[in-house]
Design a protein around this ligand. Structure first.
Ligand code: GLP
Length: 261
């Protein structure tokens, strides 16, 4: 893992967007894994600007989202399909046929999960996966005790996650209880991944994921085993990390990061 500490949530999201744009420019056919949540909104905002102002081209990209709620139609304003359309897809030149999310309305949810895994495989696997982190330490909706080798499947959401997402739905009772999510194993198969976390509320869980033991109680900790994982945090989310000075030294001195400093 590489940890990059940025001064604030804006610079952290901008850096995540710049790295994503670099990946797209390096491989126009990129299979791009996408995440949702408040944190990602700033990343997508920056990508939209880069499309408008710097001709960032999504026309050949294929996207695969991490997850989708069970029981919501794509047009539902709370669905992740709707989120993606609003924050990214309809503002850039991506072909809607190349954008993929699990179908939370499938009659046979297990078949839908197998289909989603097969689809990712058919396109050669995910090249670059964007990730947020939930307050329960989850990536995608891989809640505590998710098998670290799990594949796409239906997961029941924890009370912590339901409470975290309740404001979007206007109350805890309105949040779907289940979601289809890529498994930890699916995410681990991506060639590169980038986790972005900002704000005080993520400090504890970031420290557990980055510096704590690898455990299914904090599924983001599995990323410690990923060969190419970058974690970007702002000062607030970095608050409980022990090795901050070391991470800062690496970002300031290693040639790999020169163009981003
Ligand atoms: C949801 C998503 C996760 C995301 C998390 C963080 O649980 N399924 O993929 O990482 O929200 O959301 P936020 O950025 O709003 O804190």
């Amino acid at each position: 893992m590489e940890v990059i500490i940025q001064p604030n949530r804006e610079t952290a999201a901008l850096l995540a967007a710049r790295i994503t744009a670099h990946e797209i420019r390096g491989n126009p056919h990129l299979a791009l894994g996408l995440a949702t949540g408040k944190t990602m909104e700033r990343v997508y905002g920056n990508l939209v600007l880069m499309h408008r102002e710097a001709r960032l081209d999504f026309s050949l990209c294929r996207t695969f989202n991490l997850d989708e709620y069970v029981g919501l139609f794509p047009a539902d304003p709370h669905s992740y399909r709707h989120y993606m359309d609003e924050h990214l897809f309809r503002h850039v030149n991506i072909d809607p046929r190349n954008t993929h999310l699990p179908n939370g309305m499938a009659a046979d949810l297990e078949a839908e999960c197998r289909h989603y895994e097969a689809l990712i495989q058919r396109f050669g696997g995910i090249d670059f996966q964007l990730l947020g982190i939930g307050k329960a330490g989850h990536i995608g909706f891989n809640e505590p005790l998710s098998a670290l080798r799990s594949r796409t499947r239906v997961k029941a959401l924890t009370p912590t996650t339901i409470a975290q997402n309740a404001p979007e739905f206007g109350g805890t009772d309105k949040v779907p209880r289940r979601a289809i999510t890529m498994g930890v194993g699916t995410i681990m198969d991506s060639r590169r991944c980038l986790l972005l976390a900002t704000g005080h509320s993520k400090a504890e869980v970031v420290a557990q994921a980055v510096e704590g033991p690898i455990t299914s109680m904090v599924t983001a900790s599995a990323l410690q085993l990923h060969p190419r994982c970058t974690v970007i945090v702002d000062q607030d989310a970095a608050g409980k990390l022990r090795e901050k000075d070391y991470y800062r030294w690496i970002f300031e001195n290693e040639p790999e990061w020169e163009e981003y400093r």
